[in-house]
Design a protein around this ligand. Structure first.
Ligand code: NAD
Ligand code: UFG
Length: 332
């Protein structure tokens, strides 16, 4: 099978390309390199010993997408491309709606034109909004707290409507929890530009001395140590989840929604302490006020993916911390 991976040179996309190639799928990537580097293509090929076809194009460009579908017989699409910074989306909502919704709609139009009706979409735990009932189940009512989250909710809705309009569309909505870590080779990983918004990239930059001190946002949450609790999942496990989703739509037709997480919660202090212990480095940190919009605990109920996809995340927090640091050290 030939899979079109949009956003395939990005953080999660690149790891997914590796797992797809390892499983014998052919991979075509479209990425405009807005938030990734062309070298990633070489690294994917180096890790797997296989070739990928790369198009430096924008998913909002219909003609470019048509060209890709004309030149390649695409069997399914995994749609990662999009903007993802929560804070930025509050300041630049139109950019987020334009890029995230625009690319999803145009992509589906072209898929329909070429009679390719299999799509796996990168959604997020952010669609559970401020829900206080943890762990989150796929059946919970959705709500969002920022434009980024709203784009995810809207695209889920668009793909659902598409499936309702024509049951030949097979759709998998994957709600990721907190992906961290990197490929153990140290060749691909997460390397955000500027000052990171997310915890793990920030911890890494403090450990390597690029940033001075981690601010821990809040130590008065109703959690075991007062700091925020999240469901961290190794990015390689997350990538494997996409292969499982592809297997699912080869077996069964329909619309499917799955959480991809571990079901296990770790606090900010757990992350700092584990990172220090595993990598034998110091992570300077201090407590700071809560970050606006954060919730105390965000945890997946991963049982549906386990039951229906036979997917279970197996990599430990130690591996997540080790691989994140290994990637940073190799790429300084
Ligand atoms: P990323 O920024 O590393 O990857 C996204 C890729 O898409 C980048 O390479 C970027 O250049 C590309 N891109 C953006 N807009 C494009 C466009 N219009 N046309 C072509 N390419 C475009 O992000 P990631 O962490 O790998 O996330 C991948 C997907 O998963 C995103 O949709 C994101 O919203 C979603 N997601 C990520 C997380 C997370 O914590 N990383 C959590 C939940 C969901
Ligand atoms: N945190 C700090 N200091 C920092 C950064 C984060 O203490 O410098 C804390 C946060 O307060 C939170 C935890 O670390 O308690 C995790 O924060 P992240 O920013 O790494 O992740 P979030 O859970 O806030 O958000 C992530 C993605 C969102 C996505 C969400 C759910 O950034 O896009 O997971 O999937 F919607």
């Amino acid at each position: 099978m030939k899979i079109l991976v949009t956003g395939g040179t990005g953080y999660i996309g690149s790891h997914t390309c590796v797992e797809l190639l390892n499983e014998g799928y052919e991979v075509v990537i479209i990425d405009n390199l807005y938030n990734s580097k062309i070298e990633t293509v070489d690294y994917i090929e180096k890790i797997t010993g296989k070739k990928v076809k790369f198009y430096k194009d924008d998913c909002c460009d219909k003609e470019a997408l048509r060209k890709i579908f004309k030149e390649n017989k695409i069997d399914a699409v995994i749609h990662f491309a999009g903007y993802k910074a929560v804070g930025e989306s509050v300041k630049l909502p139109l950019n987020y709606y334009h890029n995230n919704l625009g690319s999803a709609i145009i992509l589906c139009e072209v898929m329909k034109e070429f009679n390719c009706k299999n799509i796996i979409f990168s959604s997020s735990a952010t669609v559970y909004g401020n829900s206080k009932r943890v762990p989150f189940k796929e059946t919970y009512k959705l709500s969002t707290t920022n434009p980024y989250g709203t784009t995810k909710m809207f695209i889920e809705r668009i793909l659902t409507d598409l499936h309702i309009s024509d049951e030949d569309w097979n759709v998998v909505l994957l709600r990721y929890f907190n992906p961290i870590g990197a490929h153990p080779s140290g060749l691909i990983g997460e390397d955000p530009n500027g000052i990171p918004n997310n915890l793990m990239p920030y911890v890494v930059k403090v450990a390597t001395g690029e940033l001075e001190c981690l601010s821990i946002f809040g130590n008065d949450y109703p959690t075991k140590d007062g700091t925020g609790v999240r469901d961290y999942i190794h990015v390689v496990d997350l990538a494997v989840g996409h292969v499982k989703a592809l297997e699912k739509i080869q077996k069964d037709n329909g619309l499917f929604i799955y959480n991809l997480g571990t079901g296990e919660g770790y606090s900010v202090l757990d992350i700092v302490n584990t990172f220090e212990r595993v990598n034998k480095v110091k992570v300077n940190h201090k407590f700071a006020p809560r970050r606006k919009g954060d919730i105390a605990t965000c945890l997946a109920d991963p049982s549906k993916a386990e039951k229906e996809l036979n997917f279970k995340a197996t990599r430990t927090l130690e591996e997540m911390c080790r691989d994140a640091y290994n990637y940073a050290v190799k790429n300084r």
